[in-house]
Design a protein around this ligand. Structure first.
Ligand code: GCU
Length: 638
């Protein structure tokens, strides 16, 4: 009996909880003596984790290609890593470790496609995370004590932040906005800034810059001024002084992210000023320090009441194009609405031509099953890049899915979305499949009998989610506020219409879908050709976006020969069947997961429970949506 208890305790003690992510799990007992060269984090990481016996040399070559580019030259006698910057060397080191884990080291020349590869945390000062599904914020403000000029942090917190930085650097992320876009003015208080500095000092050795979301009304709310008008000299001075204070604490501070005049947030519009007035004021304060402003285009409802919500960002920002300072970047969500399971790309990327653009992707699965559904998002992001070429963007931001859960992301497979975001931010030409395979091998096992079927599951998972939630271009039929389950009949007279599901599907006895063509809201006209014409006609509109752009009769014949109603049913059924299949695959793979390193029962079980939940949720989506639409389609209940 005693023996049994002891064994169980040992099992618990070594159970893999997913906290090591995709990173090498075993640290060398003695630092490797095979690694030499330029001092810094790259050297440290390789000494700790490089396990080969081929000597490695790190060369910081200031004359080499600029930025974070690096070269790895591998011969049987020696491996040389060189880069023009310490962060480039660090990326090379992680690439080498990745190759080592994958079992094949070869020569590489690599450079990042985007110079800004950022995570956006939607973390609040009270420890909550907006749209966070993996516990509380990892920034434990209460575990940091300010004492004079010093900040004392608990060792556990320090370790967690370093682990976080390391994970980011290993996939090439080079900046983090640490707080919510719905920003508290307190974020800029002297005390909080000191704590931000303490965080930034832990991130910097990993090549990660710190950025902050700011509340536009801070001069009033925090500074006690009577106004936050961006043209008011006192307000401008307040920002200038605040920015100077920030740079005294953090000379490598990156800049600000701003959500203004959107969903109740303050902004320049409160003083009848434009977004350009607001952004430029901040840009002027940041410019002498080399800082940037990332100004979000996610605005609706303020100046364009009554206009189709998906048109409003272009209506608002296109006339301002050309008026922004050089250090302003417009940050726009991939789709024109709000991170739906499938959206067309945002036409802001077509219409903003003179101002640098950044794309904002959502890693946290607000609208894709949160941390309960296995949904691998790389295929969705690749779909976006196939319409908006990465060359048109100067940066990419991902809304983080990270919290203080042991496994960081809630669902073990949600880690893959963090990983995929970083890998695509470095190289958007990588395929979803390559990334999934890589992640599975690094995170679970290299056994092909596991990797092959699970890669296939991951690749199919996004389309399955679209199918059981909102196929054929349906969108925003989520329950209010939490955005988890279905509510196709959702309508609240006291809510803005553009938060209500019925506004988005427009179902009636004639058909279903939102007419955004030239006969409807005219949103199609915001797109460049060939998309404008293609989306405008039912006959040429891709069927997976049909109900996004058109109100289509229930009896419409789809390419399959089925009527729209039949096709809708087929999609919901397919979505449910797919999740059943994913679950069956996972069950079959149990022995392989468990034998991976002998201690994976916990991860297998946690994924298993979530897949069961996802099966039940997929059925709920199908039942709720088809029951709701059926009477409109003139069909009898089953
Ligand atoms: C969505 C999300 C909000 C978030 C907003 C934004 O609407 O539900 O929680 O604040 O996007 O991106 O600003």
């Amino acid at each position: 009996m005693l023996l049994l208890v002891t064994c169980q305790l040992m099992l618990v003690a070594v159970a893999n909880d997913g906290s090591s992510l995709w990173l090498p799990r075993e640290r060398n007992i003695q630092p490797s003596t095979f690694v030499k060269g330029s001092k810094g984090m790259a050297l440290e990481e390789l000494r700790n984790y490089y396990r080969g016996e081929v000597p490695v040399r790190l060369k910081l070559n200031r004359k080499a290609r600029s930025g974070d580019a690096y070269i790895i030259t591998a011969t049987p006698e020696r491996i040389t890593l060189s880069s023009g910057t310490p962060s480039g060397l660090l990326y090379a080191a992680y690439d080498l470790l990745r190759m080592q884990q994958l079992g094949e080291v070869h020569s590489v020349e690599s450079h990042p496609r985007f110079s800004l590869r950022l995570l956006n945390h939607w973390d609040n000062l009270d420890g909550s995370v907006e749209r966070g599904y993996a516990g509380k914020s990892i920034w434990k403000w209460e575990q940091m004590q300010v004492s004079g000029k010093k900040v004392i942090m608990t060792p556990a917190l320090r370790q967690r932040i370093c682990d976080y930085a390391r994970a980011n650097a290993s996939i090439g992320i080079n900046g983090v906005v640490i707080n919510n876009v719905n920003a508290s003015p307190k974020m800029l208080s002297a005390e909080v800034l000191q704590k931000v500095q303490a965080i930034s000092q832990l991130l910097e050795p990993y090549g990660i810059r710190t950025y902050l979301s700011i509340n536009f009304a801070s001069p009033k709310a925090l500074g006690g001024l009577p106004t936050a008008d961006p043209l008011d000299p006192q307000v401008r001075l307040w920002w200038q002084q605040k920015v100077d204070e920030i740079y005294r604490l953090m000379p490598r501070f990156g800049g600000f992210l701003v959500k203004a005049n959107s969903e109740g947030q303050p902004g320049p519009g409160d003083y009848h000023r434009t977004h350009a007035d607001g952004a430029n004021m901040l840009a002027d304060a940041l410019q002498p320090h080399g800082g940037i402003v990332m100004w979000r285009c996610f605005v609706y409802g303020a100046n364009h009441k009554g206009e189709d919500r998906v048109k409003q960002a272009v209506s608002e920002f296109q006339p301002l194009d050309g008026q922004f300072r050089q250090n302003v970047i417009l940050q726009t969500k991939n789709g024109p609405l709000d991170f739906q399971p499938r959206e067309p790309y945002s036409p802001v990327f077509d219409q903003i031509k003179q101002t640098p653009n950044m794309a904002e992707l959502q890693i946290t699965q607000e609208y894709t099953g949160q941390s309960r559904h296995l949904v691998y998002l790389a295929p969705m992001w690749k779909e976006f890049f196939s319409h908006v070429h990465p060359m048109r963007l100067c940066g990419i931001a991902g809304v983080a899915n990270i919290g203080d859960d042991a496994n960081w992301c809630g669902h073990h497979f949600s880690q893959a979305n963090w990983y995929a975001f970083g890998r695509l931010a470095w190289n958007p030409d990588l395929s979803s499949e390559e990334i999934a395979r890589e992640w599975l091998q690094l995170t679970f096992t290299k056994d092909e009998a596991f990797v092959r079927p699970m890669t296939e599951v991951m690749l199919a998972s996004h389309e399955a989610c679209v199918d059981y939630m909102m196929p054929l271009g349906l969108h925003h039929i989520f329950q209010f506020d939490h955005h988890y389950g279905p509510d196709p009949g959702g309508f609240k007279p006291d809510y803005p219409l553009e938060w209500c599901p019925v506004y988005y599907h427009q179902a009636d006895s004639l058909g279903v879908g939102f007419d955004r063509s030239s006969t409807g809201s005219g949103a199609t006209a915001q797109y460049r050709e060939p998309y404008r014409s293609m989306y405008d006609k039912v006959s040429t509109c891709p069927e997976n976006l049909l109900l996004w752009f058109h109100h289509v009769p229930w009896s419409h014949r789809m390419k399959s020969g089925l009527t729209l109603w039949e096709e809708l049913c087929a999609h919901y059924n397919r979505g449910v069947n797919e999740v059943d299949r994913f679950h069956a695959v996972w069950q079959e793979l149990r022995p392989l997961v468990l034998s991976a390193d002998g201690n994976d029962a916990r991860r297998w079980q946690e994924v298993e429970e979530r897949l069961r939940h996802q099966q039940a949720n997929a059925r709920e989506w199908r039942r709720s949506c088809l029951d709701y639409f059926r009477p409109f389609a003139g069909e009898q209940s089953e």
